[in-house]
Design a protein around this ligand. Structure first.
Ligand code: 5GP
Length: 138
């Protein structure tokens, strides 16, 4: 399957669609998931196009995972989390809904399940959570 340059994360990268950004470098962007399954749920994407792990270059994967580690550590501190769940889906049959490579970073607490998918988060709360993560990065 070819990369669709009109996918929603490409539009977030270009700024055509707003997002709550928490971190970026030359190669990657991290922003809050709009339907958070846990407080602090964020996504890390490469700035260059690829659908998922199946067509990504080793360089794209390395850059994304370095940022995932950075954000996972910051989110663990920011939310005093007991652990971090990392999720990544490939193609529709693999659970992928947006076809620009992305990795989910989810702070977790003992005994607390993830919320059901597809529930829109509260914008102000997501902004507050983003600020906590930003503060933990510095
Ligand atoms: P996946 O493709 O990994 O199954 O899921 C895509 C993820 O992107 C979901 O967790 C969903 O909540 C999130 N998402 C979908 N559309 C938007 C959007 O417009 N903005 C943001 N920030 N997240 C989105």
């Amino acid at each position: 399957m070819d990369y669709d340059p009109d996918n929603i994360f490409a539009k977030i990268l270009s700024g055509e669609i707003p997002s709550t950004r928490v971190y970026e470098d030359d190669d990657t962007l991290a922003f809050m998931d709009i339907m958070p399954r846990a407080d602090g749920h964020l996504l890390v994407i490469p700035k260059t196009p690829c659908r998922n792990v199946l067509d990504a270059s080793p360089e794209q994967l390395a850059a994304v995972m370095a940022t995932v580690q950075k954000l996972a550590r910051a989110a663990k501190v920011a939310f005093q989390a007991d652990g971090i769940t990392i999720q990544q889906f490939n193609e529709a049959a693999g659970g992928q809904e947006v076809f620009h490579l992305h990795v989910h970073v989810l702070p977790r607490h003992e005994g607390v399940s993830l919320r059901a998918p597809g529930q829109m988060g509260d914008f102000d709360l997501i902004a507050q959570h983003a600020e906590k993560i930003r503060a933990a990065l510095t």
